[in-house]
Design a protein around this ligand. Structure first.
Ligand code: KG4
Ligand code: ZN
Length: 353
């Protein structure tokens, strides 16, 4: 079954063609992120306008990647090659989501294909089901614990099988990605905060007075909830105490921020895995691109979860793209009447089945 998938929930416009939830025939991503560098954050109005410009070229490029260049219209290609249309309906920015949703509706009507609504947060974890032609992948075994860490979400799930999910807990305030982005701004980095913190932290060597200075929120509270808003306040307090914000100090600070966030994410994932006696751990979402998190999670699994396998998408599939939307749709989405399809900016990840 070949699915044409569309993703436009934040600043990306992406279209993919995915077969049977695993094989990627095309995955094209256009991002307007670079435009927000001087503002320190995304401008929703600008993002949706850029998506309006990008959606048709991205769709054409994805179809060309998957099926070669055709003289026929995109609708003809979709009609003959594609079995269903999937689209991320939420959560996300309303103006951005509407771009993808309305495009998907038009395509579905014109081609008479079924339409599959997708929850963007849940879909992130299906990046782990995508085939990697360059490496031998270990199969995912169930039950599994799935941690989704993105710009807007930090959520833990028990995955009973490919289709059945139980939400265990999530952030009660800021998400992990948000914590990276907000603290990066305090340290004077522009937008794209997580990567800036990672790169600065890499350059930090030895110990510093900042080590273990920042809180590890809710580390031992016995729940699967997260809270990262206090981290931002603590960063500001420490920052204001120091008069000399040297390059070395900033690197040490970035390192400690990254350690604090990773410590919490790894510890909660470990407890969830032990509580539910799982066979695999799945990591996904933009923050799972973080090299320190990938390494810490691996060390924890090797040391504390014998027999458990760890699955992390290739870095390009951690951040937003339509390939995992197509994978999720295959495993989990149900078709709906086109007329009822709507953008749902506040769609919850709290699934129970
Ligand atoms: O999943 P994603 O692309 O978009 C959302 O659904 O939110 O995640 C974006 C988030 C941003 O907060 C960004 O700073 C973070 O992922 N991120 C990283 C890294 N790459 C992206 N955080 C830490 N380290 C990274 N290497
Ligand atoms: Zn995302």
């Amino acid at each position: 079954m070949k699915i044409l998938a569309i993703e436009s929930s934040c600043d990306e416009t992406s279209v993919a063609v995915v077969e049977n939830g695993t094989k990627i025939h095309a995955n094209v991503v256009a991002s307007s992120q670079a435009m927000y560098q001087k503002y320190g954050g995304i401008l929703p109005e600008v993002a949706s306008r850029e998506q309006q410009k990008a959606i048709i070229p991205v769709l054409e490029e994805a179809l060309a990647q998957a099926f070669g260049h055709h003289d026929t219209s995109p609708f003809e290609t979709i009609k003959s090659e594609i079995d269903a249309i999937a689209v991320a309906v939420g959560p996300g920015l309303i103006g951005s989501l509407l771009m993808g949703v309305e495009a998907a509706k038009t395509i579905a009507i014109m081609t008479e294909k079924p339409i599959l609504p997708v929850n963007h947060v849940l879909a992130h974890m299906y990046a782990n089901f995508l085939e990697d032609p360059d490496s031998r992948q270990v199969p995912i075994r169930f039950p599994a614990i799935s941690l989704v860490v993105s710009g807007g979400h930090t959520e833990l799930f028990l995955m009973k099988n490919e289709k059945t999910l139980l939400w265990l807990g999530g952030t009660i305030d800021d998400a992990a990605g948000e914590a990276f982005d907000k603290t990066a701004r305090l340290l004077g980095f522009g937008s794209g905060g997580g990567v800036s913190i990672q790169e600065a932290a890499k350059l930090h060597t030895g110990t510093s007075e900042l080590q273990k200075k920042l809180p590890r929120p809710l580390l031992h509270d016995g729940t699967f909830n997260f809270s990262f808003s206090g981290l931002k306040t603590a960063v500001l307090r420490e920052w204001n105490k120091e008069k000399n914000h040297s390059e070395e100090y900033i690197r040490a600070f970035a390192h400690e921020i990254q350690e604090a966030i990773c410590d919490v994410l790894v510890a909660k994932t470990k407890t969830a895995a032990q509580t539910h006696g799982v066979s695999s751990i799945l990591l996904s979402g933009g923050v799972s691109a973080n090299l320190r998190l990938r390494k810490s999670m691996k060390s924890m699994v090797d040391a504390d979860l014998p027999g458990c396998t760890l699955h992390i998408p290739r870095v390009i599939f951690c951040t937003d793209n339509a390939a995992y939307i197509g994978s999720y749709a295959f495993f989990r989405a149900q078709p709906v009447p086109v007329k009822t399809l709507d953008a749902l900016p506040d769609l919850s990840p709290e699934v129970t089945e």
